[in-house]
Design a protein around this ligand. Structure first.
Ligand code: ZN
Length: 90
């Protein structure tokens, strides 16, 4: 019988780490390092996705608020817009 656990084993990878765990072994240093890095990258990717989503929603809220503000206070908006254009020299 072929010992597939040794022939298919790839140390220094997340799957290598999983195999160590499935076999009830302590993972070797290379596999621990790979699994740690993989987890870190996963967290970073998800954090980044969450941040993008939050930024998108905040921009949308800002846009809705500006639209509502312009509708409810058009004269004030025009006055402020004109003032800031002048301040920017436009
Ligand atoms: Zn290993």
């Amino acid at each position: 019988m072929v010992d597939w656990t040794n022939t298919k084993r790839k140390h220094g990878t997340s799957s290598g780490y999983q195999l160590h765990k499935q076999l009830g072994e302590d993972a070797c240093r290379r596999c621990v390092k790979a699994a740690t890095e993989n987890s870190r990258m996963y967290r970073e990717r998800n954090r980044s996705k969450k941040a993008k989503r939050k930024n998108l929603l905040m921009a949308r809220a800002q846009s809705f608020a500006r639209t509502e503000l312009v509708q409810n206070h058009p004269a004030e908006y025009r006055r402020l817009y004109k003032k800031h254009k002048a301040l920017l020299g436009v």
